[in-house]
Ligand binder design. Sequence first.
Ligand code: CIR
Length: 254
Amino acid sequence: MLIAITREVSSSIADCELSRIERQPIDLNTARRQHTAYEETLEAFRCLVHHLHEEPDLPDSVFIEDTAVVLDELAVITRPGAESRRAETESAAEALKPFRELYFIEPPALLDGGDVLVTGKNVYVGLSSRTNPEAAAQLREKLKPLGYEVKEVMVAGCLHLKSAVTRVLPETLLVNPQWVDPGVFKGMRIIEVAPQEPMAANALMLPDTVIYTGGFPRTAEKLEAEGACLTPVDLSELRKAEGGVTCCSLVFGR
Ligand code: CIR
């Protein structure tokens, strides 16, 4: 059984941070309905969902991935790059406390969880508009004694590292090579997104499936041809806030 921490879509989501897309109206009811269906999908794949209540004053708080990085040994509580998102970590830390020892990223470091990709003992930290080298240095100092290797990765053209690369099978990454150099992920098999689908690299791997949004048929076909079993979810309303499938949960083993 896995734990999945999620948070209700904020009633102020219309005021979300936006970096790469134009602001469009977001229908709160539709966003909440899609988010509930996402949580039900997690439950259907054996996740115990801990649903945190709404934070009406924190527009981006549904994107709980950015508040923490959960490893087997500890949970790193981030210091989000966007000032408007810093207060999100308080309740995320409370929620994680029963499960893990907590380690807090300190100023001047800035870190969004969406910039951290973990494969075994490799921790890739995307240097983006939200995450700085000081964060990678703090992670390195804390995680090296636990046997992790922290590697900095340049990200260009997208919001987060995990907009550009996610894990889809135990040894396989789905990558947009325009945004991150696939060569840095040594020892991993690489599937590239279809060139017409630059936003297609964000997928959420669970033990029995890969949760994937609709709208990327060519990349989905490639993934299925490589043996990935996909479960589609519709997060089109949250996509208007630049959210994807990984950012709406923190999934970890007990
Ligand atoms: C933001 O700009 O912070 C939010 N509107 C979107 C965050 C998406 N998070 C993620 O991909 N990990």
